[in-house]
Ligand binder design. Structure first.
Ligand SMILES: Cc1cc2nc3c(=O)[nH]c(=O)nc-3n(C[C@H](O)[C@H](O)[C@H](O)COP(=O)(O)OP(=O)(O)OC[C@H]3O[C@@H](n4cnc5c(N)ncnc54)[C@H](O)[C@@H]3O)c2cc1C
Ligand code: SF4
Length: 561
């Protein structure tokens, strides 16, 4: 039987793939989506309502099993006894790095990708990010105005709870009502706004504070990284993929590990070569257009591995740019202390899955805060909250005396961290490792990245400000901000390596996400970021994906693909 040729084939079903699928199928194109991982089943895989006493290791996790199967993934705060199923097996999915440049690569391989366990923080970029204009690197070929309608579309569809602040450096959007700040957050707002003149606002998060488009509001169990039976936060299997399925135009094949894009001798993509995750059988799938949306580094890996006579170094790599300009945010963490005035015997209502954010001020246009020791800037996030379990573990008494103290002296902690922008530099790059392969025989990625002088100078500015904030908050037993920058990759906001631009000699894709050197191949995830800003990338990934989906459908109908 001849193999069916779809109009579009999408690799990956996470934040990016979900949006491209929705936009294409709603424009009546037939779409095949190949996803490397299995589907997740809520009754088996979601654990947000399970209590520690229902787990074998009481929530502390089976350390031996984690160490054996997920020695890298377990270093992510969200990969524990409750939610390790959302993260990859490190032995099946190896990668390498130079001994002096460690990289933490956290991945989720399933229908939905990392959107099951993400922290849902959703901020728009502004032209501070799209057009930095400070003499370093390249601008994006698109501006905030180009992306604004797609931010509107995405926020309106997925539901983002946020306050309207009217700040030029972090545009407002189509928001659901914000969550409240905690008592500690309100105190931080009072102190920090007075001392620095900076806005302290609730995090903007893709959680529903009211029912929205058929999904119920959040019931504030505050365990989102474990799944959500009521679909009250955004993940692609609950939101974008059902919309695409409703059109009748989407087919998903799970457990399909794509190895490479199949190119014809005239330079057109014809389909992809993939391997069944469970049986290891090799297969091919055909389509007129290929969209690579496998998560920034996985997308670049597939492109690098797609070698043919016209593309001997991989699709998109005619000028040797593919793989370069890798970025990930760095954080300065650990700053905090206790707030004695908020010690209480009354429980604060719990379960608010958001803290507070202080947007970027330093070196942001429209603000007076400047630091000429480095380019670009940083933002802060933190929270104030009661500490019940840690407090109970640490108290020395036993029996009734212990119970009395646990109940009557609930301590209140404040914590804050800063997250800074990483410059896009050619010397931070990925290649295929010539010696290492994954469980399906596909070359593993070699990741060669380190923070440079600009990030180190920015970290000094971040630490200074964190110390000043701790002083102003007048905390008891304060802990200072960490001396070290977080490890590259640790923030799981990896971006770049197939960047967007107008000049094919300096970039891999154009402003519509089309690969410069292949007529019918698109990349739509964080790989295409030209700069990273200091804000979380996923809302921007989704807006770019929605825009690319619309553009692909238009080009397809015009017969250009
Ligand atoms: C703990 C955690 C917290 C986070 N918090 C935030 C946050 O607050 N805000 C924010 O903006 N971002 C956050 N992120 C990052 C966010 O999850 C990602 O930016 C987002 O999921 C990227 O979407 P994507 O579609 O590009 O990739 P993914 O969601 O990773 O989806 C890619 C999909 O492609 C599939 N795939 C990969 N390789 C292949 C292959 N060879 N063949 C077939 N399929 C393949 C994968 O299995 C996966 O399903 C967080 C991530 C984690 C893990
Ligand atoms: S806090 Fe809200 S969104 Fe998160 S898992 Fe619980 S109900 Fe779902």
């Amino acid at each position: 039987m001849p193999q069916r040729q779809y109009e579009v084939l999408i690799i990956g079903s996470g934040a990016s793939g979900g949006w491209v699928a929705k936009e294409l199928t709603e424009r009546d194109l037939s779409v095949l989506m190949l996803e490397a991982g299995p589907p997740r089943i809520p009754t088996r895989d979601f654990t947000e309502h399970i209590w520690p006493y229902q787990l074998k290791f009481r929530g502390f996790g089976d350390q031996q099993r984690l160490l054996k199967n997920q020695p890298v993934q377990r270093l992510c705060y969200a990969c524990d006894e409750y939610s390790h199923q959302f993260f990859v097996n490190d032995h099946e999915n190896p990668y390498t790095f130079p001994p002096d440049k460690p990289f933490l690569w956290i991945r989720g391989r399933q229908i939905g990708g990392k959107t099951f366990c993400w922290a849902r923080e959703s901020y728009r970029f502004s032209d501070n990010e799209f057009k930095p204009r400070d003499g370093f690197g390249e601008d994006w070929p698109i501006s905030y105005k180009d992306l604004e309608p797609y931010y509107d579309l995405v926020e309106d569809f997925i539901g983002v709870s946020a306050s309207r602040e009217g700040l030029p450096q972090m545009p407002d959007g189509k928001f659901l009502p914000p969550m409240n700040l905690s008592c500690g957050g309100l105190e931080a707002r009072k102190v920090i706004e007075k001392k620095f003149g900076w806005r302290v606002m609730p995090d903007r998060v893709a959680n529903l504070t009211v029912p929205h488009r058929g999904r119920p509001a959040c019931h504030y169990c505050d365990q989102c990284q474990r799944g959500c039976h009521t679909a009250s936060y955004f993940n692609s299997p609950s939101v974008t993929l059902p919309a695409a399925f409703r059109t009748g135009k989407l087919t998903i094949v799970s457990d399909a590990v794509v190895s490479d894009v199949l190119m014809s001798p005239d330079g057109r993509a014809q389909g992809v070569h993939y391997i069944d995750r469970k049986t290891h059988e090799h297969r091919e799938a055909r389509a007129k257009v290929i969209v690579v949306a496998a998560g920034a580094l996985e997308s670049t890996r597939i492109l690098l591995n797609s070698k043919s006579s016209l593309h001997p170094h991989g699709v998109g790599n005619s000028e040797g740019v593919l793989g370069h300009y890798l970025m990930d945010h760095f954080t300065i963490e650990g700053a905090g202390g206790s707030m004695p005035a908020l010690r209480s015997s009354k429980r604060e209502p719990v379960g608010r899955p958001c803290g507070f954010l202080i947007p970027k001020y330093v070196n942001a246009s429209g603000t007076p805060d400047r630091n000429s020791n480095f380019l670009r800037g940083y933002r802060f996030d933190g929270d104030g909250s009661q500490e019940l379990y840690g407090h109970a573990f640490l108290l020395p008494e036993l029996g009734d005396a212990w119970r009395k103290r646990v109940r009557e002296e609930i301590p209140y902690y404040f914590s804050i961290e800063a997250q800074g922008e990483c410059l896009p530099r050619a010397e931070n790059f990925v290649t295929l490792d010539p010696n290492k392969k994954d469980a399906w025989g596909i070359p593993a990625l070699h990741i060669n990245a380190a923070y440079g002088e600009n990030e180190k100078a920015m970290a000094r500015g971040m630490r200074d400000h964190l110390s000043q904030i701790l002083d102003a908050m007048n905390l008891a037993s304060p802990t200072p901000p960490s001396k070290e920058l977080s490890m590259f990759g640790k923030n799981i906001h990896e971006c770049g390596t197939a960047r967007m631009g107008t000049d094919p000699k300096k970039s891999v894709v154009d402003g519509n996400c089309k690969v410069h050197d292949a007529r019918n191949v698109f990349v739509t995830d964080g790989a295409v970021f030209t700069t990273q800003g200091c804000y979380e990338p996923t809302l921007t990934i989704m807006a770019i994906s929605a825009r690319a989906g619309e553009r692909i459908a238009q080009s397809f109908r015009r017969g250009e693909l």
